[in-house]
Design a protein around this ligand. Sequence first.
Ligand code: PLP
Length: 422
Amino acid sequence: MRDHMSDALDGRKLRPESLMMSYGYAPTWSEGALKSPIFQTSTFVFETAEDGKRFFEIATGQRACGEDERVGLIYSRLNNPDLEILEDRLTLWDGGETATVFASGMAAIATTLLAHLRPGDVLLHSGPLYGGTDHLVRDVLPELGIATVEYTAEMDREAIDAALAAADGRLAMIFIETPANPTNDLFDIETAVAIAADHTADGRRPFVMVDNTFLGPVWQSPLAHGADAAIYSATKYIGGHSDLVAGAIVGTHDAVDPVAALRTCLGTMATPFTGWLLMRSLETLSLRMERQTATAQRIARFLTHHPKVHNVHYLGLLEAGDPGYEIYKRQCTGPGAMIAFEVDDGEAGAFRFLNHLEVVRLAVSLGSTESLAEHPGTMTHAGVDAETKQRLGITPSLVRLSVGVEHPEDLILDLGQALAAV
Ligand code: PLP
């Protein structure tokens, strides 16, 4: 299926925005249909038994795919045109060699960690992490004999090295979520890559995996900073319409191929319809993210001047001298549309604010066309232990806002009236 449409014109590479409507799909495959159909099928018919044998030889790794050979379509747990075309399109945004899509962001993260980590290994990870990832890393991996070491945005290289030195085992992976959910703390991808390089042993460098859900793929490209892969909850900006749950990993063959193989084994792939919906979404990805980011900048300014609001965590407000500013300048091309802030009166004040919102909806998730607000301490990060929450700034007063594509003035009107109720 990988008969690509050309991605260049007059020798110039076309940008992802121009390729999202056509790349990786030929209308001749489907009666001239402009859009790829939904290949709603569990299995694919082989023309001959010899074809079936060849496809399986390649799919099961018994031999490599020849130069002029294609991995044929077999069965939708292994491959499906909607997922393959989508994966090809995802590689364009991040400049990856390959991509693999999943049933959820957590499926992408869990399959990645399980593909690369073994008992006795050490995982170095940033904190805070999204609540689901936090549970996987803090509670599940140690039960499998994998040690986990956390580092925070305040820790310098010396402090990180000291934390690592205290852990027993081989550093096998560095997993960072940057910006962090919900605080927008930034982690330097190049520092993670340098740590990984220093822990190269027997020719194996620990993998650097970056959860790029908050800014990617438009405002941050982890692979350009040396990471091995970018991981996504595609439920968020990539999907962008609050109508699907999905995940993805985009990166080098070394980092992603074992993850794709384990996806086949675990069955953590996305469905054809989800793949089709994500292709629809990719066509407007940068339009949505640009509009959401422009609106978020206005809202962040409004919030910083509001007397009942404190500690507005927004990348667009970072100034020279602020923690994270240097990383932001080097690593991000835009501040995105996620804002966290504290309101007066602790949890009671936060709840009063959330309960009075009219345009912004009170719901978890983020990155969608509609603006969403939630209370991380009792919702997305409810499972994070109290000590960790307090240490990492997930306070009772903290509210997280995902800015959508509504009219900015309507959103500011809504936030203002809800804050008046605090
Ligand atoms: N990573 C981040 C940063 C998230 O915010 C989330 C979900 O909120 C996930 C991963 C998990 O994604 P999903 O809900 O699609 O499984």
